[in-house]
Ligand binder design. Structure first.
Ligand code: GDD
Length: 320
């Protein structure tokens, strides 16, 4: 019998890579998508995949209950979210509802199932805010002091998942994933914005690229490696919480320097600063300790930072 997976947020970067991974392993893959006036915007990353999609919304509990009951999943990957931290300052209420109460709706829908479903929650390094352990890393025991409505909602969802695991003996896991990128990343996130902008400059399509804070530092991995971690986490015998990171941190300025260098340019000639891209409260530094998932589950990223940037540059060089 095929295993059945249900992915919320299936049309996103991670949802599409996870679908590919699960299909290759013989799963029947279902996903929830929201109605959009341009349907092309909904399925551009998954249109060639043999997945079954259902219309629903994390905030529409009736739709979620119906889908979960119809699909009878063995594994649920809850990746759907308002995932842009900067935008969460503009839409705090929507972000909190979707990223916290939406998770509650998913947990309740799964609790009502007769079968024991494995539940993965997309938790985030944004939950740590500016807390750093003495050794310079963040890990699941690091205090959570979120610096955005997005981070606050993710902390609530994280705690709800732990609570449901304990209170109802459910197989609920949190993956605390640090930033992860790819050519499929939305181009309003900083890595793909930089790569796309640099290629446009290289090809004479634009003269400058406006960014916000260049001094923030992030631990960037590749989404393809991180969806493998999601699958390992979900299928480990005992449900738990795991930190997934590369353990390397680079500033936005480093990202600019490396990307423009690959294209034989000096970023200082092209980058401008625009206060529109600054955040009311910034998370300054992320560097994750993923030794537990490496040691216990054998997870190891295949991409390096350079191979990831190279893949993203090649992608935009072909498209533009
Ligand atoms: N988006 C964006 N645009 N960010 C900019 C810009 C810009 O023009 N200029 C500088 N930055 C800085 C931001 O201030 C932030 O410090 C950093 O670049 C990364 O921003 P994003 O790429 O938007 O990602 P994020 O770190 O806020 O959030 C991502 O990672 C989280 C995990 O830590 C998202 O994927 C979240 O959904 C995820 O949970």
């Amino acid at each position: 019998m095929k295993k059945i997976a249900l992915i919320t947020g299936i049309s996103g970067q991670d949802g599409s890579y996870l679908s590919e991974l699960l299909l290759a392993q013989g799963y029947e893959v279902h996903g929830i998508i929201r109605r959009n006036s341009l349907p092309e915007n909904q399925d551009s990353r998954i249109k060639d995949l043999d997945v079954i999609t259902h219309y629903g919304d994390l905030l529409d509990a009736a739709s979620i209950n119906r889908i979960v009951n119809e699909v009878q999943p063995d594994e649920v990957y809850n990746l759907a979210a308002q995932s842009h931290v900067r935008i969460s300052f503009d839409m705090p209420s929507f972000t909190i509802q979707t990223n916290a109460l939406g998770v509650l709706n998913m947990l309740e829908a799964c609790r009502s199932l007769k079968k024991r479903v494995k539940f993965y929650q997309a938790s985030s390094s944004e939950m740590f805010g500016n807390s750093i352990d003495e050794d310079g890393y963040q890990r699941k025991t690091t205090p959570m002091n979120p610096t955005s409505p997005y981070g606050c909602a993710k902390v609530m969802a994280y705690n709800l998942c732990k609570h449901y695991r304990k209170a109802y003996d459910m197989h609920v896991c949190n993956g605390i994933l640090f930033n992860h990128e790819s050519p499929r990343r939305g181009s309003n996130f900083v890595t793909n914005k930089i790569v796309k902008g640099a290629v446009e400059i290289k090809k004479g399509k634009r003269k400058t690229l406006a960014l916000g804070n260049l001094d923030a530092s992030r631990d960037w991995g590749h989404s393809k490696d991180y969806v493998k971690a999601m699958h390992l986490i979900t299928n480990h015998e005992s449900p738990s919480d795991w930190t997934v990171a590369t353990g390397e941190s680079r500033t936005i300025r480093d990202m600019c320097e490396i990307t423009f260098k690959v294209l034989d340019m000096d970023y200082r000639d092209y980058i401008t600063i625009d206060s529109r891209y600054l955040r009311p409260h910034e998370l300054n530094f992320l560097k994750g300790d993923s030794s537990e998932i490496r040691n216990v589950l054998g997870w190891k990223p295949e991409y390096t930072f350079d191979s990831m940037v190279g893949e993203m540059v090649n992608h935009w060089m072909e498209i533009i």
